[in-house]
Design a protein around this ligand. Structure first.
Ligand code: GTP
Ligand code: MG
Length: 460
């Protein structure tokens, strides 16, 4: 129901410089009038308050008890995030002050907002389409500059614009197809060739978006890289070197790491969740053996394995066996501790035999780590690195819709090429059109919309 006024704490709970209680809806300004005591007693609500900040106090209306010193931000409909009247109490960022302000606002007739409800209103009131609403979550969750850039470009409507162009072309094509159902005698062979050309063009556009999707997803979600290898080869040292901090315990005792240690690092704009694991070996130690089991589980979900080999010990039988078990994984072999050895201990042969890239590194001196970053970037994008601006699609939902749309378009093309009646083509084209609308929200079901906004935080 859009006729009620919603409220929530929009900043993270905890101590901070400021904290914001946000209200949106027809009664937002009325409610603020009852609670806000402006300095100097100005009648702020009378003097065109939109897009201004007023200084004063928030007070409990019945008792007059002052809750906090605040700045009141006012955004009058329709120029606000939700296109409704929006009022924000900028309180001091303390839990008690924020909770009390919120309670007081609720006591004056506002209702507690559900997660994402402000953004949902922005969508329902036509300020954002679904792609843009989803971009807002992506901005909040962005882990790297590249991920942020992608999300901001979606918020600005670049991706929505592409979808709208395709929809427009599809509408025109559908109209043509329907016209020739009604007036088949006007449909000449050269028109047929043109129709086919238009359909192919639309298919290409959808195909391009799909092909950018895998990469877009990587920028948004990143990948899991697991550091694995025998005990004591320098896995934890590598994690620390990549993080540039002493995150994991490093000792000369094999079997030091027992649990999985995960951190996110930024490699050339790609968020890489990197996991250090327990050294892989048979063991009677119950704690270590749980660690080894966890390592195995992490390896199963890894998108990339950084397999560490000790340069001093050379490539051992155990290394070979472990690698055998990781045959199906994307890997980079890292020959570590090269600062300790000049001698070639048969490792060159390993390099030649391996299909995976092999790099010599030293977690101690940092040698080879730059090459490692380059190699990770290349592998993640399978050697095809382009400018980040090309990645428009980053979201699994969008990818799924595009694939379904492509399927309908292909069916339409097939119907066309087999010379089936035009009305059959029209059915496929219309299905493609409807499917595409799910992306922006013009044809999305309530269920899809609920699902998307449930992912938002409270107060957004
Ligand atoms: N000289 C040298 N020593 C290293 C290097 N990398 C690791 N070491 C040493 O090797 C020993 C083992 O390092 P760790 O990082 O704890 O090895 P790990 O693979 O995590 O070992 P586990 O957790 O027991 O499986 C420590 O004494 C490190 O200081 C390196 O590049 N050069
Ligand atoms: Mg370790």
């Amino acid at each position: 129901m859009l006729s009620d006024t919603i409220a929530a704490i929009s900043t993270p709970l905890g101590e901070g410089g400021i904290g914001i209680v946000r209200l949106s809806g027809p009664k937002a300004i009325d409610i603020a009038r009852k609670i806000f005591i402006p300095a100097g007693g100005i009648k702020w609500w009378k003097e065109n308050p939109g897009h201004r900040l007023f200084y004063g106090y928030a007070a409990e209306p019945r008792s007059g008890e002052i809750i906090d010193e605040v700045l009141l931000g006012v955004m009058v409909a329709p120029k606000s995030y939700t296109k409704e009247d929006v009022v924000e109490f900028n309180c001091h960022g303390g839990l008690v002050s924020l909770r009390k302000t919120l309670e007081t606002v609720l006591g004056q007739g506002a209702r507690l907002a559900e997660p994402g409800e402000f953004s949902r209103r922005a969508f329902l009131n036509g300020r954002l389409d679904l792609i843009q609403a989803e971009a807002i979550i992506d901005i909040i969750r962005a882990k790297t500059d590249a991920g942020l850039k992608l999300a901001v470009s979606q918020l600005k409507g670049n991706f929505s614009g592409k979808i709208k162009t395709i929809q427009k072309d599809l509408t025109a094509l559908l109209a043509e197809t329907e016209a020739c159902i009604d007036f088949p005698e006007d449909y000449l062979p050269e028109d047929r060739a043109q129709t086919r050309g238009k359909l192919i063009k639309i298919l290409d556009q959808v195909g391009f978006l799909i092909s950018s999707a895998e990469k877009g997803k990587i920028y948004r979600e990143g990948i899991l890289a697991v550091i694995a290898g025998r005990p004591n080869v320098g896995k934890s040292s590598l994690l620390n070197a990549l993080l540039k901090e002493k995150r994991a315990i490093v000792t000369e005792i094999p079997g030091t790491t027992r649990d999985i240690i995960e951190e996110v690092i930024n490699i050339k704009g790609i968020p890489i969740k990197i996991a250090d694991t327990a050294g892989l070996r048979p063991t009677d130690d119950p704690v270590e053996s749980i660690g080894v089991q966890r390592s195995q589980e992490a390896l199963e979900s890894a998108g990339l394995v950084l397999f560490v080999i000790d340069a001093v010990q050379g490539f051992t039988k155990e290394d070979r066996e472990l690698l055998e078990g990781l045959r199906k994984k994307r890997k980079i072999l890292l020959i570590n501790k090269i600062d300790l050895t000049e001698a070639d201990r048969g490792l060159a042969a390993v390099c030649l035999a391996s299909e995976s890239p092999v790099l010599e590194i030293s977690a101690k001196t940092g040698a080879g780590l730059e090459e490692l970053s380059d190699t990770i970037e290349k592998m993640v994008f399978e050697g095809k690195i382009e400018s980040g601006d090309n990645y428009l699609v980053s979201n699994v939902r969008h990818m799924d819709v595009l694939r379904r749309c492509e399927h309908h378009l292909k069916e339409a093309l097939q119907a066309f090429d087999e010379g089936l009646p035009e009305d059959l083509q029209a059915i496929d084209l219309r299905a493609a059109w409807d499917t595409l609308g799910e992306i922006t929200g013009s044809t999305a079901t309530e269920e899809i919309i609920d699902h998307i906004f449930a992912n938002f935080c409270i107060g957004k």
